[in-house]
Design a protein around this ligand. Sequence first.
Ligand code: GTP
Ligand code: MG
Length: 206
Amino acid sequence: LFARPWVFIRGVPAMKFLPPEGPPEVAFAGRSNVGKSSLINALVRQKGLARTSNTPGRTQELNYFVPDGFSGQAGDLPPLALVDMPGYGFAKAPKAQVKKWTELVFDYLRGRSTLKRVYVLIDARHGLKANDEDVLKLLDTAAVSYQIVLTKIDKIKTAGIDRLLRETDERIRKRPAAFPHIVATSSEKSIGMDELRQAIMDATQS
Ligand code: GTP
Ligand code: MG
């Protein structure tokens, strides 16, 4: 599936514009600038598919990506959709905008029955923050399966990665909806991508 070309099909600015629940969805959540859009591009090996930027607040809608070649009509639905999301926390945008995106992300995460797994991205340089814990708590409460992904590991030394993996593992171990294995990735150096593709397939094919 990940060897095929993928396409952008829809940007969702508010809950009422969500497509009808259909194919399994996997969503990417995390603080602004953590590397959500870059990770999707690395997974499908298409650099410009999801728009990325050095400025936090790039992604402003729930953006749906599917493998190409499905009409989307009944009987010809794609087997999987990847959903890029606005970041939470700091963004270079007016407060009211940021609040709107955060509400959209939280509403989607707690209210989508076809959402099979959420990837919660953590910048390997910064570790788990208070607003990440808020998201984990919401996912636990809503009983939505999630898995932690460390991003940008090309920016830190191996010893630092190992320490962060241990610390993060300690902090999520008792959380009911957490998938126990944490994946360390670099979109830039394409590290951890096969592992993540496999995890996504496992999470959506049951
Ligand atoms: P928002 O949409 O604003 O919430 O950001 P995002 O989480 O989608 O982050 P995005 O993918 O736009 O990446 C943010 C910045 O981090 C960009 O400048 C990327 O080039 C950079 N970046 C993303 N992944 C990596 C990585 O694996 N390694 C390095 N070194 N930089 C990365
Ligand atoms: Mg983005």
